[in-house]
Design a protein around this ligand. Structure first.
Ligand code: VTB
Ligand code: MG
Ligand code: MG
Length: 334
């Protein structure tokens, strides 16, 4: 992987964000997802690399594009593994709510954990609290540690938690410490990464979201030096999701074992979920969010706002791009 790839990867998420954003607010979540997938794949095809999707839209039989194992790119050049979520937060996009983005993580071959399509308990926190907070500890203990590391009273901390039945007790425990809850209906990737930056108004992400999204969050936090830990959730009684209505804990453990995961209770550090030497994260806003604005369409241009974090050059770049339509340069820039 080299630095020119960083710019290409930025363009990949920009194009996916624009494609999805054309459907923002139209109530068409599957169409918005499909548009982002197609745009992402098309732009990836122009990159000189032997790319491979390790986390994508699903297995080959259920996803026509960007399926797990799909090869992307020109077919020559460096080997790069990708975890992609072309429209992270499809509901948010369809309903024109905050926090939807086109997102991916890239690393060297084998550098990203092939997360199963399971749930994951997550803990994300700022660099100052890295290695100090711990997913094994209670929310109460972690808030105390966070408060010490950040020099903020508990009442000055904002903890993002997905608004789900499974988090009822967690939310009550956090509120009992005096900390604020910021509930989100979807999009815990952006929420996790926002914890890595001062001034986003969020200090910590706690609770259970999806495992593939956890790997993308981990890659960003690894490159940024923020805290991220994840633990797979296999018990339907914990996940409390209708999707697992017909599943049992034992059956889920057996499924994990079949995928080669024998230590089902393992706690994964960011460095294990994104273990490659080189790690690049890129996200581009579809709708406005905690980290950046969403796509804005004007008569003569389209504007995107994005973030690329890379440990190749130790940068986190917030980029605003004006995509000018033919012959509209003077208008777009005035
Ligand atoms: C989670 C979260 C994602 O979808 O996957 C969520 O990590 C789905 O969770 O950010 P439920 O099955 O509990 O609804 C997102 O919010 C969007 O992809
Ligand atoms: Mg998706
Ligand atoms: Mg998603």
């Amino acid at each position: 992987m080299d630095r020119t790839l960083i710019q290409e990867i930025l363009e990949v998420v920009e194009q996916a964000a624009i494609a999805s954003a054309e459907l923002t607010g139209l109530g068409k979540k599957d169409e918005a997802d499909a548009a982002a997938v197609e745009a992402m794949r098309t732009r990836m095809g122009l990159i000189q690399m032997q790319g491979r999707i390790v986390i994508g839209e699903g297995e080959r039989d259920e996803a026509p594009m960007l399926y797990i194992g799909e090869e992307v790119g020109s077919g020559t050049g460096p080997g790069v593994d990708f975890a992609v979520d072309p429209c992270e937060g499809t509901n948010l996009c369809a309903n024109s709510q905050r926090g939807s983005m086109a997102v991916l993580a890239a690393s060297d071959r084998g550098g990203l954990f092939n997360a199963p399509d399971f749930y994951m308990k997550k803990l994300a926190a700022p660099p100052a609290a890295k290695g100090k907070v711990d997913i094994r500890k209670s929310a109460t203990e972690n808030i105390k540690i966070l408060s010490e590391c950040l020099g903020l009273a508990a009442s000055e901390l904002t903890i993002v938690v997905m608004d789900r039945a499974r988090h009822k007790d967690l939310i009550a425990e956090i509120r009992a410490t005096g900390a604020r809850i910021q509930p989100i209906s979807d999009g815990d990737v952006q929420a996790a990464i926002a914890c890595g930056f001062a001034g986003t108004g969020t200090h910590c992400l706690m609770g259970i979201g999806a495992a593939p999204e956890g790997v993308i969050s981990a890659a960003a936090m690894r490159a940024l030096g923020g805290h991220f830990q994840g633990q797979l959730v296999y018990d339907p009684a914990v996940a409390q999701t209708s999707e697992w209505a017909d599943y049992t804990k034992e059956g889920n453990i057996a499924r994990l074992n079949e995928m080669g995961i024998t230590d089902v209770d393992k706690i994964y550090e960011a460095e294990e979920l994104a273990s490659g030497e080189n790690v690049v994260f890129a996200g581009s806003g579809i709708t406005d969010g905690l980290l950046f604005h969403g796509v804005k369409f004007e008569k003569d241009c389209t504007r995107t706002s994005s973030l690329v974090i890379s440990n190749l050059d130790n940068t986190a770049r917030f980029t605003n791009t004006i995509h000018m339509k033919d012959g509209a340069q003077s208008i777009a820039l005035s």
